[in-house]
Write a new protein. Structure first.
Length: 319
């Protein structure tokens, strides 16, 4: 932890759940961070594998926050956000525990936010850790007609086109710098979503408040996510994302669960996606397709919160 009176204070909030190796590597990377006014907070989200104790012993300089239960990504992150607000942080940066940030990744985010008053949330360039010349995220796009969200540049080689700063529809929670006052004025992440799409929901909330989201490519991190379908996105991911995207759009569009708008979103997010999965992966797609339909069913019946389907839970997720 380094302190200076010249730069805005930043808290980096990381959530760990039974993931010692990834979290330890992330924290080691952050030890080299060059930002002079930086505090790193690690929220243990009810881990049961002993990782909490190991990380507390190995990284005593980090602010350790404990949860007795798994509250999902949103619930875990909110614990860190509250601690940052109580400490008077000016900016709060959510960072996935399976990332490896460059040592100077914070400075461009803060510089952009300070220099651009209409920007409330800033994200950076995210590359694959195992193929660091390939883009994972270079700004978020929202297809409001079909309901899909997408990463600009995903799976494309890094190129000068991705070095241009720009306004974007949303920023991924993998690297998500927010003016602290926005949490005070607009509330924290929506814990009813449990995990996935909570950053999208918050971005939409901030945009309704009159501020914008921005992609700052000078900030670079690497993300340990596989590019293959089976390893990168498990069925539980498709369950939460389908259910939560529909819930987020329903809330922000102000429509009922049985509206024409919801029917259109369900058609694209579930029916069309099931067909594409089946064509591409045949029988191997069965658990993924089942997850899509379970997500739709739980959305329609208002079953929000932690997934209640045990077979999906065993596949894990980001919490």
């Amino acid at each position: 932890m380094r302190h200076s009176t010249e730069m805005p204070s930043v808290w980096v909030v990381i959530v760990n759940f039974n993931s010692y190796a990834d979290t330890a590597d992330c924290l080691k990377s952050l030890q080299a961070a060059t930002y002079p006014e930086l505090t790193v907070a690690l929220v243990d989200n009810g881990s049961t594998d002993g990782s909490r104790h190991e990380l507390e012993e190995q990284f005593p300089q980090v602010e350790h926050i404990r949860s007795d239960e798994n509250k999902g990504f949103a619930g875990g992150a909110n614990q860190g956000i509250r601690a940052a607000l109580d400490a008077g942080a000016q900016f709060i940066c959510l960072l996935n525990n399976d990332t490896l940030p460059e040592e100077d990744f914070i400075e461009p985010l803060v510089e952009r936010a300070v220099a651009t008053p209409d920007v409330g949330i800033v994200g950076g360039k995210i590359l694959y850790a195992d193929t660091p010349d390939i883009i994972w995220f270079a700004g978020g796009r929202i297809d409001r007609h079909r309901g899909f969200t997408s990463h600009r540049g995903q799976d494309v080689p890094d190129a000068p086109a991705f070095n241009k700063p720009r306004y974007v529809d949303y920023v991924t929670g993998c690297l998500f710098l927010v003016r602290a006052g926005l949490f005070e004025d607009n509330g924290l992440l929506d814990e009813s979503l449990f995990m996935y799409a909570e950053e999208l929901e918050f971005c939409l909330r901030v945009r309704r408040a009159g501020l914008r989201c921005f992609y700052e490519p000078r900030s670079v991190i690497r993300h340990r996510v596989s590019r293959s379908m089976g390893a990168a996105y498990r069925p539980v991911y498709y369950y939460y994302l389908t259910r939560n995207l529909m819930e987020v759009y329903r809330g922000h569009l102000g429509v009922s669960r049985f509206s024409v708008t919801v029917f259109r979103l369900g058609w694209h997010l579930v029916v069309c996606q099931s067909y594409m999965m089946l064509r591409a992966h045949r029988t191997a797609a069965a658990p993924f397709i089942a997850a899509l339909w379970l997500g739709l069913a739980d959305f329609m019946t208002g079953n929000i919160g932690r997934c209640r389907h045990d077979w999906l839970e065993i596949y894990g997720g980001r919490s």
